[in-house]
Design a protein. Sequence first.
Length: 155
Amino acid sequence: MKLFRNLAVTLIAMTMSLSVMAQEMGGMGAPGGEQPDQVDQLAQMVDLTDEQQAEIRALLEEMEGDIESKQAEIQELQQKLEGHIRSDFSESDIRSDSKRLGELTGEMTAMTVLLQAKVENIFTEEQREMLEEQMQQQQQQMQQMQQMQQQGGGM
C-alpha cells in the first residue's frame, strides 16, 4: 500500500533528520562513527547503489545547516516560553513567541516532507516495492506483538 511506503519514507527521513540534529546538538556521538549510519541502514533495506547513497547523503548535508539553526531557535523559543510562566507575564510576548515556534515547526515539517519526496524520487520502483513489503512485514509484527501483549493481560 502506498500509505505504508509513505510512512516508511517519512520515518526514515525523520530518523535521518533527527540523527543529524542529535549529532550536531549533542556533539556526544560515539567517536569514529560508531553510531549506526541511517543511509547505510536504508541501503541495506532497499539495496541502494553507491550513487543513490551519495545522492541521499548530499540531500542530508544540504539540509543540515537549516535543521541546526531551526532546531536551535526552537529550543530558544521553548525556553523563552517557559520563562514567560510567571505572575507578571506578557500575553503579547507569549503569543509572539508561540507564533514563531509554530512557524518554525511548520518549516521543519515542510523540510521533512521535502526530504521524503526527494529521497523517494531517488528510489527505483523496485526499491519502493521492497520498502513497502518490509513495512508491511513490520506492521504485521507490531500487530502480533500488540495482540500478544493484550492476551497476556499486561504485567
